[in-house]
Design a protein around this ligand. Structure first.
Ligand code: G6P
Length: 608
């Protein structure tokens, strides 16, 4: 989904841009580029490859200047080649543009610009923007950008510089995230705050339709009619060490290991034992509104969707409200059937996923209030929602989501508890659940201690071409998530399935070459899951199981048992997920894959 960064100020822009770009690399990493106002005009370096390679290139062909823009790409239009890498320039090299988003009418615009004599050098949709800016009239860069954008249909977070206005960066936002950083005698623009956190904690979140103009001495924001827009300056709560690797080899491992602490942060200040409930001030739901909910629709993508599936079990059990969990990308194009009493909950780590955002907007258009369960403070979903729950899990950098997953489950559990207590859940049951939640962090530490055993199992998985993950009830989504983690970062084909449903199809695949992972903690379906293990064993399948300490010995059926401590069964996914995250991680390392930057993926998917 591409990362953009820009800098104007008293320092040399190049190191600032390259460091920021490295922090944004989780957004896309197939090509990278930089354009800077140097003493001798505007200069660009770009290539197909990683930010580290761009760094080397700039080392060989040095570049200096006090303002510039840079980009790391996740290809949508056109292959990841040097030519297609941003920044893109107009016919005469007077303007340079970096862009995140999609220009939907690029083909029409390209044809029209071509007829007016513009020469295109790339296959990207972005290139039309820079030719439009060249073509536009206006006595300033911002006037040109505004005029150019009048022709554009699509989404963009973009930054533009001009050879004629040294030190100035013009930024525009429509549907793709962009924020400004406010420093002392310096200003930044970035796709997200991690890119600029080491320089400033003061940020301004732009709204759709905003145009920002940055110079070394000031910034201002205008709309398309050049009316000045006032936007608050917010303070970033994240710490720099949260986005540093520290002693870890990969962000994914760091984030897996952080989970006892991140879950503690999600819970902090929210558990009220005396009342057996959760305090969730950000929900903006009155007790009457809680009592009036008749249906909940959770919309999400990827790992967040899996967390939503776990949340469904918890909310239904505690609050007695029917919950459906929809893929946001599908839901947004469904016919919306307005049903009074519907509450829509968008679950998203980044708060920027385009499909989730649009699903949320579609639900609102059909009359539903919308809540966000979001990690990134100030993100678009967080700002557009009527209320919600922040995860407070800190920045998640590894592309494969881990700590966000457990915090999402915990946030949805808090939500279920809160609703439940307004809808007949007894004080005692509420208090018991509060204790279960409060007790999770130390149990997560115990689950993490399984790592050496998981490493042994990983040796076997690393050889596999396929793997099956089976679970039931509240742990079926964990099977899905375990399979997703493995395929995302080790490229082993893995499928998650409800354990009992296996016999209606996937059982045909089982043989000694297909490792089967059962997620089978002690719960009311445990004995049934053991029967499913028998079915796999009878067909020569090799089984590993995540199960609960104190469960009977499964060694007659299972080659390797990973035992997590016991907890309330609705909360068990927070623990069962951990060995599966570790397994995917170690398999990926053994196979020599790029754990934090798996091929073709990006962390924040801001295009449809
Ligand atoms: C991408 C990421 C996944 C993530 C999904 C939803 O596909 O690679 O890890 O689960 O987007 O992201 P969100 O930020 O909305 O949770």
């Amino acid at each position: 989904m591409c990362g953009i960064i820009g800098y104007t100020g008293v320092r040399d822009a190049v190191p600032v841009l390259l460091r920021g770009l490295a922090r944004l690399e989780y957004r896309g990493y197939d090509s990278a580029g930089i354009a800077v106002h140097t003493d001798r005009g505007m200069a660009t370096r770009k290539l197909a490859g990683r930010v580290a390679a761009l760094h080397d290139l700039v080392g060989r062909l040095p570049l200096h200047g006090m303002s510039g823009i840079a980009h790391t790409r996740w290809a949508t239009h056109g292959a990841p080649t040097e030519r297609n890498a941003h920044p893109h320039a107009d016919c005469h090299g007077r303007f340079a543009v970096v862009h995140n988003g999609i220009i939907e009418n690029a083909d029409v615009l390209r044809a029209a610009l071509g007829r007016s004599g513009h020469v295109f050098r790339t296959e990207t949709d972005t290139e039309v923007l820079v030719h439009l800016i060249e073509e536009a009239g206006g006595d300033s860069l911002e006037a040109r950008v505004i005029a150019a954008l009048e022709h554009v249909v699509g989404t963009y977070g973009l930054a533009v510089i001009s050879a004629d206005e040294v030190g100035k960066i013009v930024v525009a936002r429509q549907g793709s995230p962009v924020l400004l950083g406010v420093g002392e005698d310096e200003y930044f623009v970035a796709s997200d705050a991690s890119a600029i956190l080491e320089h400033t904690r003061s940020v301004v979140y732009l709204d759709d339709g905003d145009i920002a103009v940055l110079t070394p001495t000031e910034y201002h924001i205008i709309d398309r009619d050049s009316h000045v827009q006032l936007r608050a300056v917010d303070d970033l709560a994240w710490d720099l060490d949260e986005i540093e690797l520290g002693d870890y080899r990969h962000f994914m491992l760091k984030e897996i290991c952080e989970q006892p602490e991140t879950v503690r942060s999600t819970l902090r200040g929210r558990l009220v034992f005396e009342d057996g409930t959760a305090r969730l001030d950000g929900l903006n739901l009155t007790p009457e509104a809680c009592a009036a909910v008749r249906r909940i629709v959770i919309v999400a993508c990827g790992t967040s969707w899996h967390a939503g599936l776990v949340g469904r079990h918890i909310i239904e059990a505690l609050a007695g409200i029917p919950v459906t969990v929809e893929y946001a990308s599908e839901y947004r194009y469904h016919r919306q059937i307005p049903l009074p009493g519907t509450l829509t909950v968008a679950v998203s780590q980044s708060g920027e996923t385009a499909d989730t955002l649009e699903a949320m907007r579609a639900a609102r258009a059909a009359g539903s209030p919308v809540l966000g369960v979001v990690n990134v403070v100030g993100s678009t979903i967080a700002r557009e929602a009527d209320g919600g729950i922040y995860l407070h899990a800190g920045p998640e950098v590894g592309v494969a989501s881990t700590k966000a997953f457990t915090s999402q489950i915990v946030a949805l559990a808090l939500f279920g508890l809160h609703l439940g207590r307004h809808r007949g859940l007894s004080l005692e049951a509420g208090q018991e659940f509060v204790c279960g939640l409060a007790g999770l962090p130390p149990l997560m530490v115990q689950a993490l201690a399984l790592e050496p055993e998981v490493q042994r199992l990983a040796v076997r998985y690393a050889e596999a071409s396929n793997a099956l993950y089976l679970g039931r009830g509240v742990n079926f989504p964990v099977a899905l998530e375990g399979a997703l983690k493995l395929k995302e970062i080790s490229y082993i084909h893995a499928e998650g399935y409800p354990a009992a449903e296996m016999k209606h199809g996937p059982i045909a695949l089982i043989d000694e070459n297909m490792p089967v992972m059962f997620v089978a903690p002690r719960d009311q379906v445990y004995d049934k899951v053991v029967s499913n293990m028998q079915e796999v064993r009878a067909r020569g399948g090799r089984i590993a199981a995540v199960t609960t300490e104190g469960n009977g010995d499964l060694s007659a059926l299972v080659d390797q048992q990973l035992r997590i401590p016991a907890t309330a069964h609705l909360l068990s996914p927070v623990l069962t997920a951990i060995p599966l995250q570790l397994l995917a991680y170690h398999v990926s390392v053994l196979r020599g894959c790029d754990v934090d930057r798996p091929r073709n993926l990006a962390k924040s998917v801001t295009v449809e």
